[in-house]
Ligand binder design. Structure first.
Ligand SMILES: [Zn+2]
Length: 349
């Protein structure tokens, strides 16, 4: 069953960014940001609704079933079916990116973990592009993924970054596996896991080792008018952008700077910087490709029945140690690298 409280209908874009744009942006930007915030609030108030005529899942393990729709700049879901599995390029960048990036994400989970789509049972991958007018967000609503075109001034279309698409799809996986409640520390863990698998999918697709990755989330999302590199940096949380309109990246990378706030569901897009950096530290210490050793430990923890919906950072950190020990042995360098990573961000002592 879909749990209404674990699906992050507030979307990829942190509300604090949109609120900044709604007060500091140009007239047009303000209008886009305010409209986006309104739509997001409506989605938060509603639980997921599966499309009336749900298309067929994939019956063949190892093969996805993708369905890309266009909302035609309206706000109806899922919209008109514009590309389905096996069909050729549409020539529309957002449609084709959604198709390819959902495919790359499916391929990662299949080839690394033999996971057959979001539910490991071939669940059809539904993505709607051209949602709304100047809509500055992307989200997973519990039944499908939705991508806006962005305002074009600060933000490009939300299909532009592979890791953003992978982030949204991973929210579906998290919901099925752990159901982490989307508030406070469990919500920040939910956000962090979406970033962890977002960056893993990107690195896997680009065949990048840990020292070749930019460790940035949403790098292609920002236009060159923004003084910033991306929306989040997993290597150095808090350094992704510093811009007159967007403000400064508020992410902490250590428990000493943990942000207590009631906004953003208790800072889920803010404090996720702490577990994000822990993953980065573990992956860099272990070296090679992050999907070889560090990724599987995090995947084991995400899919471990001992991970509860209310898990906090400490509970998740301890679980990664148990998973590392089970996979690589108690006294292996893997357990030690993971332990040092969590110590490095102040979660474990
Ligand atoms: Zn998210």
């Amino acid at each position: 069953m879909i749990s209404p409280r674990s699906h992050p209908a507030s979307g990829f874009m942190p509300p604090h960014v949109l609120e900044r744009v709604a007060t500091h942006g140009s007239v047009r930007l303000k209008r886009c940001a305010q409209a986006t915030l309104r739509v997001d609030a409506e989605f938060r108030a509603r639980s997921a609704v599966a499309p009336a005529a749900r298309p067929a899942d994939s019956a063949r393990r190892g093969a996805p079933a993708r369905y890309i729709y266009s909302a035609g700049n309206e706000q109806t879901l899922p919209g008109e079916l514009v590309r389905r599995e096996g069909k050729s390029e549409s020539g529309d960048a957002a449609i084709d990116e959604a198709y390819h990036w959902l495919g790359a994400t499916y391929r990662f989970f299949w080839e690394r973990f033999e996971r057959h789509s979001i539910d490991d049972d071939g669940m059809a991958l539904l993505g709607t592009v051209h949602y709304g007018d100047g809509y500055d967000n992307a989200f997973w609503n519990g039944a499908q993924m939705v991508f806006g075109d962005g305002d074009g001034e600060l933000f490009n279309r939300f299909t532009a970054s592979l890791d953003v698409v992978a982030h949204e799809l991973t929210h579906g996986v998290i919901e099925r596996e752990a159901g982490l409640i989307y508030a406070d520390q469990s919500g920040a863990l939910n956000e962090s896991l979406a970033d962890v698998f977002g960056i893993l999918v990107k690195q896997y697709h680009l065949e990048q080792r840990v020292d070749e990755s930019d460790w940035l989330i949403g790098a292609s999302l920002l236009t060159d008018r923004v003084n910033g590199r991306a929306l989040r940096s997993m290597a150095n949380p808090g350094t992704a952008y510093d811009d007159p309109v967007l403000g400064r990246d508020p992410q902490p990378g250590h428990m000493d700077q943990f942000v207590s706030t009631s906004s953003d569901n208790g800072g889920v897009h803010i404090n996720s910087g702490i577990p994000n950096r822990a993953f980065y530290l573990a992956a860099v210490t272990l070296g090679g490709a992050a999907w070889e050793v560090a990724g599987p430990i995090w995947y084991d923890a995400l899919t471990d029945p001992r991970l509860t919906r209310e898990a906090d950072f400490v509970a998740f950190a301890e679980l990664t140690l148990l998973c590392a020990a089970r996979r690589y042995g108690e006294s292996g360098r893997e357990v030690e690298a993971v332990r040092q990573a969590w110590i490095g961000v102040g979660v474990l002592t």
